[in-house]
Unconditional design. Structure first.
Length: 153
């Protein structure tokens, strides 16, 4: 998916209530990450501007989001212009469970996906990446995008 296409589907004007909510959500998310307040992270990871429009560019996006949340993710959304997606999770075990759930959804489409685990320098966060290309079936060797799940130990 081209960034240009993902940008073109966004509204040119954003209603003040939506902008206010989005800015509040971002502030809450940043504070939650800094303070390791998982409740605040979960309440704040809601995109009211890009996600409702860009989700249609990612096959089974809302099914993957429901699977991630059901598996224990604090939140799930689109990363950048997409088709990358991410979930924030508390703990590596939950991150692995969420990654498996999301991977199962995208595999059923089928979308090629792959999971990697890496650690942040301070070892407090675990990142889990599932790569996929939303435009080609699982048998394709096309370039892939990343799905990142970040979990705190």
């Amino acid at each position: 998916m081209l960034t240009k296409v993902a940008r073109e589907i966004l509204p040119k004007d954003i209603p003040l209530p939506n902008a206010t909510q989005q800015i509040g959500n971002l502030g809450g998310l940043l504070c939650g990450l800094i303070q390791e307040d998982y409740g605040l992270i979960s309440r704040s990871i809601h995109d009211v501007i890009a996600e409702p429009r860009r989700q249609k560019l990612i096959p089974e996006f809302y099914k993957a989001k429901r699977a991630a949340l059901a598996a224990g993710a604090l939140g799930f959304s689109i990363s950048g212009a997409g088709p990358s997606v991410f979930a924030l999770c508390e703990g590596e075990e939950i991150a692995r469970r969420v990654g498996d759930a999301i991977s199962a959804v995208f595999s059923s489409v089928p979308l090629t996906n792959q999971i990697h685990v890496s650690r942040r320098k301070n070892q407090r966060l675990v990142r889990r990446v599932v790569s996929f290309d939303s435009t080609t079936p699982a048998t394709s060797s096309a370039e892939r995008s990343d799905l990142a799940l970040i979990a705190s130990r």
